[in-house]
Design a protein around this ligand. Sequence first.
Ligand code: 6CS
Length: 312
Amino acid sequence: ETWRYAFEEALDEVQGKYAQKFKEEVEANSEHEIQLFPYGTLGESADIMEQAQAGILQFVDQSPGFTGALIPEAQVFFVPYLLPQEDEELFEFFRTSKAINEMFPELYAQQGLELLSMFPEGDVCLTTQEPVRSPEDLNEVKFRVMTNPLLVESYRAFGATPTPLPWGEVYGALQTGIIQGQENPGFFLESTKMYEVTDVITCIGHNNFTTAVMANKDFFDGLSEEDQQVIRNATDVAFEYILEYQSGLQEESLEKIKQAKPEMEINILSEEERQPFMDTAGEVEEAFIEMTGDSGRKILEQMKQDLAAVGG
Ligand code: 6CS
C-alpha cells in the first residue's frame, strides 16, 4: 500500500528531513511505501490539514501556528518565553512532557487525528526593514504572523500590528511593502531568502518553532497492530534524528545569510533589551486562558510542570 504524507516545507528543510527519515524507516520495516508531498504541491497548510482530516492524505505535518482554529489549546506554543532556550532542556521537554505526549493526543483525536509527534524546529527570530531594539521599534510595523489568534495577541503585546497570512503570501507582501516584518527559525530565513526582502534579523529568544506530525485517525485505527508499531518506531527514529540534525543549524544558517548578504544586520538582543518583550508573557497567557478556558488552563499548567521537571 502507498501512504501519502504532506508537510509545510521543502524536502531539504526541517519538516522535509523528518519526513524523509520517517519514510525511510517505514519502507525499511514494512511492505508499505510513502509518497511525500512537500510544500506547494498540494496547497497551503490549511489545505493539507483538510485533506488529512478527509482521509485523502494518511499523514500530515501541520504546525500549531496554523492549528489554532481547529484546536485552540495548540496555541499554547505562542505564549512568549515559555519554552527553554537551551537545546538539551528543550529536547528533553519534548521527549518527556505529559502535556505533549498524553494531553495533546486526546485533543487531536477529537479532530480525527492521531498525533504522532511534536518537535522543535529552531529558535525564532524577527526579520524587519529597520532595527528592533525594543517594542517601541515595532510600533506601526505590519508584522506577518501565522494564522493563529494567540500569535496575533502576542505581537500586539510586542507593540506591532500583527497581520496573519498563509506562508505563500509572505515574500510578495514584504517585497511590495504590504507588511514590514515576519518571524521564523534561522534555517527557514535562509532557505526562503527572507534576507532579500528584509534588512535586519533580530533574535529575542521568545520562542522555538514547534511543529506536529499526525495521521488520519480512522486510517491509523484501521491498521494492524504491527503496522501501528512500525509507524510509532519510525516516528521515534525520525524524532531523534531531527533533533540531532538541528545541532548548530541556527548559527550556520545565520552565517550563510551573512555570506549571501553582508550588509544584513543581525542583532541578538541582550537580556536587558529582551526584558520588555518578556514582560508581555503574563498578558498573553491570560489571553490564552480566555480563549481556551479550563482545558487550556490545564494544558498550560501541565506544560509548566513538565518544563520544571527538565529544569526549565
Ligand atoms: O512561517 C510559516 O508559515 C512557515 N514556517 C516554517 C518554519 N515552517 C512552515 C510554515 O508554513
